[in-house]
Design a protein around this ligand. Sequence first.
Ligand code: PEP
Length: 246
Amino acid sequence: MRRKLVAGNWKMHGNHRSNAELLAGIAASRPFGCDVAVCVPYPYLAETAVALAASDLRWGAQDCSAHEQGAYTGEVSAAMLAEFGCRYVIVGHSERRQFHAESDALVADKAKAALSHGLTPIVCVGETLAQREAGQTEAVVKRQLSAVIHALGHCAGEMVVAYEPVWAIGTGKVATPEQAQAVHALLRAQLKAATPHADQMQILYGGSMKPDNAVSLLSQPDIDGGLIGGASLKAADFVAICRAAG
Ligand code: PEP
């Protein structure tokens, strides 16, 4: 059986005091029966690394540059994230695709940069409401994943995939377990055609996952955890989701 992963995406939230409280609240609730990670804003990586160093909790970032180094003002490289002990980096979140015009090709290059520095990319794919209503869900997620599979080649089995329907992110509208499972099964089949490791790969669901819907989503055969936005900012909610996964 695949071990589940619950990863918090703090987005652009937090401050020194609230972060310390949140991390302490999560750490105090260990052990969990699943992998648990928090993806924090860049300036808080150092303190997160210190706070979690003695625990089995993992941390990561929410984006990385596709470039190794150079004149890219404002960007942060995968090598820099590795220096802060990051295990994961989210790439291709729909907010990056939407607000920063990130293309499939750029997301794929970011995933490749992450892997080349020992980070596990959490690659987000997902359709908008208009795309779902137009019957394009399958084509959209396959196109997004295909770009990354192609770029990673024989290392494709090392990524984590997150299915995040854009219409469910931060909206309180959650995909039904059946809707999510259907897409996860498609993604698994696509991965199977690309890598012998597809059955061991974690495919997370993200989009308004909360303590009250986590069990039904996480009990689906191809849902191997969650990428959690809003509910990752409250220790009690995040811990409840981790317990549902474990
Ligand atoms: C996310 O931003 O990755 C996310 C899933 O957000 P939320 O849980 O708030 O919908």
